[in-house]
Ligand binder design. Structure first.
Ligand code: DER
Length: 241
């Protein structure tokens, strides 16, 4: 079987939730790797925890693995799709408006570099994912090995305010809108297409543009564990902070 490249589609994550770890032999290599990483992360969760649930095709393997543990958890979801699936599986999902912090969050990523910088947001949920990551004591990133790169390539997902959109795009220069519906919070989804050689500088600059609600560069300081699913095992890395 061939290993597929990472995709940036909003389709798939929810649809693939039915693929469980038991039938991983029947799915592609990267799916089996995602399932393995997801199972490893699900086993890190302890009874009584508050847990942030990410979005995407890797998290789609996490949800059933977590539900099967029948733990007493309070979960928050980073997207309506995750919320719907988690609730279907019997996980207790609450609104993320009153919890001040979370014990643990688990999420996928589009790209992971050797320092632990991430690109996220291929699924359009990076604003909520970043809020959840920042509120979590421990942030575990689960990926198949094709997500691990020597250098982040981009483009960098953006969520943009509709107000002043033309001015924001002009300010960003190399950026474009995605032909996708807005985020659940009403922001427009786009990509920053410019060079991202100096990640700290690009992240700082994108943070400084008022019309950018959030961008998909997540620094290593936000990440506590990177769990890489491989063909026969998982590798757990700590980011270089
Ligand atoms: O959209 C996102 O941020 C997702 O978490 C993405 O980064 C990972 O999605 P995947 O597990 O479907 O590759």
């Amino acid at each position: 079987m061939t290993t597929r490249r990472a995709t940036r589609s909003r389709e798939g994550p929810v649809g693939s939730v039915g693929r469980t770890i038991e039938n991983e032999d029947r799915v592609g290599d990267d799916d089996a790797q995602k399932a393995r990483a997801a199972q490893f992360a699900a086993d890190l969760v302890e009874d009584g925890m508050t847990v942030g649930l990410g979005t995407g095709s890797t998290v789609a393997y996490l949800l059933p693995a977590l539900a099967k543990r029948h733990l007493d958890l309070v979960c928050v979801a980073t997207s309506p799709a995750t919320q719907e699936k988690a609730e279907e599986l019997g996980l207790n999902v609450v609104d993320f408006s009153s919890l001040k912090s979370l014990d643990l969050a688990i999420d996928g990523a589009d790209e992971v570099d050797p320092e632990g910088w991430l690109i996220k947001g291929g699924g359009g949920a990076h604003t909520r994912e970043k809020i959840v990551a920042a509120a979590s004591e421990r942030y575990v990133v689960i990926v198949s090995e094709n997500k691990v790169v020597d250098q982040l390539k981009g483009p960098v997902p953006l969520e943009l305010s509709a107000f002043g959109l033309a001015a924001t795009l002009a300010h960003l220069g190399e950026a474009h809108l995605r032909s996708e519906p807005p985020s659940p919070d009403g922001g427009l989804l786009g990509y920053y297409d410019g060079p991202i050689t100096d990640l700290r500088e690009v992240a700082r600059w994108l943070d400084s543009v008022p019309g950018v609600i959030a961008h998909g560069l997540f620094p290593p300081t936000m990440v506590t564990d990177i769990v890489i699913g491989r063909d026969h095992d998982v590798e757990r890395r700590s980011p270089k902070t």
